[in-house]
Design a protein around this ligand. Sequence first.
Ligand code: XIL
Length: 299
Amino acid sequence: TRHGYEDVFLANFASMTPENEMKMEALQPRRGEFDFKTADAMVAWAVANGKQVHGHTLVFKSQNPGWLTEATGLDKVTGKGAPYDRDELLAIMRDHVTRVMQHFAGSVRRWDVVNEALRPDGSYMPSVWHDTIGPEYVVEAYRAARAAVPDATLCYNEIGAEVPGPLADATYELVAKLKAEGLIDCVGFQMHVNGATPPARDAVQENLERFAGLGVELHVSEMDVDVSALDPAARFDGQARIFGEVAAACHAVAACTRFTTWGVTDAATWLGPDAQPLPFDASLAPKPAWAAIQRGLSL
Ligand code: XIL
């Protein structure tokens, strides 16, 4: 039940990340008109229960409102057909970042400013922002965020950059550039893992150590482990091992300060019922992964 889900969250977690309720389509459904109702209720509940809230996410290629991206027949290459030109889109982006951060300034201290700006090969991910503004949309988003709430903690969040490779390299370069301008404080590694192809613990730790050299905090920001391809008899032990290794890699690196799973229970996950990717089962009982995470983090 929803009540049970809330109890498990409150008893076991220190920080809440809204999964969809702070994305642009949710917060600015019509241009210039903000709808904070659902997000406000979640934040109020978390704060009343002594929990932190991690803001996710201000600028993203996905889950944008139709008014921003439709119209249009947007040509991904030339930007022709885009409803807004470069200057107008920059103004929209800055306004969104500013209004949302200032609205939540009292209670949400930490934000994913830009989410998933890069592709697996390390090049920029196409998006309405990138294709119209150019790759400098990223630094412009962080400048707006820093100006909006100067003492907020600003993160960059990426998918698939958790082990060394072209995407980790490009993420490192991007974060280094932002850090040189004093615009970034943390990097989130999402850690959506397929149990059949888990990342090696040593590779995760080596990657975290490299990023720690930039002087930013590091987060495992959205971990889940899809076990649908694993032998049913051994899948939860295999999952526990993977969660435990990533938790241990984070624990071994002093800069790694947050470990968040993308959901709580297998009853409510973006991956669907077959994935069983979370540390609590559909009846809200802890799975082997839960103890493994605690051991990995030395809790
Ligand atoms: C996902 C949500 O969990 C789903 O409910 C939604 O349909 C799509 O987005 N990386 C991210 C998250 O940064 O915002 C995504 O969340 C999962 C992948």
